[in-house]
Design a protein around this ligand. Structure first.
Ligand code: IPE
Ligand code: IPE
Ligand code: MG
Length: 260
């Protein structure tokens, strides 16, 4: 099991979630792990320190999500636009991902976490691709939390890919144009077989989506905080869930409407 610091009752070094309705958890929580650079700069440190500290936050939030019984956690780690950053920052981010997999895979596997990746994984360095394949294969039969890491991910790229796949099927007469519907589109996204996010968390004070899960967040509840990702704690995650549980989701209908 995870280290013993997490518990249902409030006590030192434990987090109190007795007031969270575990039967009404968001099934899928998506997080834009933003603000690493600002966290470091505020401390007069190089941005790389922020990225390292951000990995530690990811560890804690994965543990928390798994402990309380969230089914899917999608974490935005690197966007298709993040290649615009200086080469040394990109390379540090890639190394941190490789390190994360090397260091965490055993504990994640021991805790029944299934690791998945979304994004243009085939554009990453071959050595990183191998680690990703290994992590996915090793944890494929796990039945606990699905940790879905978005790496070289962009919502527009994902939709463009889906259009191409669907067009190919039409050209090969495997699919008729009149049969294209929302289900067909969903089946051709990276997130096929995953439920849509119920809750989207963006730390660090920006109020934008930055090309994340454009299709999937259609009815997600958004939760923003000024806290930079390295300072984001399990309490903040639990607070987002508490707030989510106070929201009324209508899906375009009226009060008490449930999803189709
Ligand atoms: C998030 O932190 C990490 C990635 C985008 C990979 P940032 O590096 O974007 O941090 P800020 O937004 O510049 O503070
Ligand atoms: C979004 O953050 C991408 C990730 C957290 C991986 P960015 O820092 O790239 O987003 P913008 O540029 O502020 O919109
Ligand atoms: Mg940022």
């Amino acid at each position: 099991m995870w280290k013993k610091w997490f518990g249902k009752k409030s006590a030192s070094n434990e987090y109190d979630y007795h007031d969270i309705d575990l039967d009404k958890l968001p099934c899928h929580v998506a997080i834009i792990m933003d603000g690493n650079g600002r966290w470091a700069q505020n401390k007069g440190l190089p941005r790389t320190f922020g990225h390292r500290a951000g990995v530690e936050t990811l560890r804690e939030i994965v543990m928390t999500a798994s402990e309380i019984g969230v089914k899917v956690l999608t974490a935005y780690a690197f966007s298709t636009e993040n290649w615009r950053r200086p080469a040394d920052e990109v390379s540090l981010l890639m190394s941190l991902l490789a390190e994360y997999l090397d260091n965490e895979i055993k504990e994640l596997d021991d805790n029944n976490v299934q690791i998945k990746f979304i994004g243009k994984i085939d554009e990453l360095a071959p050595a990183l691709q191998s680690k990703i394949e290994k992590a996915q294969a090793q944890t494929a039969c796990n039945t606990g939390l699905i940790l879905n890491l978005a790496v070289n991910y962009g919502g527009r790229a994902e939709l463009t890919r889906a259009v191409k796949i669907i067009t190919e099927k039409v050209l090969h007469q495997e699919l008729a144009v009149e049969d294209i519907n929302e289900t067909i589109i969903e089946e051709n996204l990276y997130t096929t077989n995953l439920p849509a996010p119920d809750l989207l968390i963006r730390p660090s004070g920006d109020f934008r989506i930055s090309n994340f899960l454009l299709w999937q967040v259609a009815y997600a509840e958004f939760w923003f905080t000024d806290i930079n990702w390295p300072d984001f704690k399990p309490e903040n995650f639990l607070q987002a869930i508490r707030d989510y549980q106070q929201r009324e989701r209508r899906f375009g209908g009226l009060k008490n409407t449930t999803k189709r």
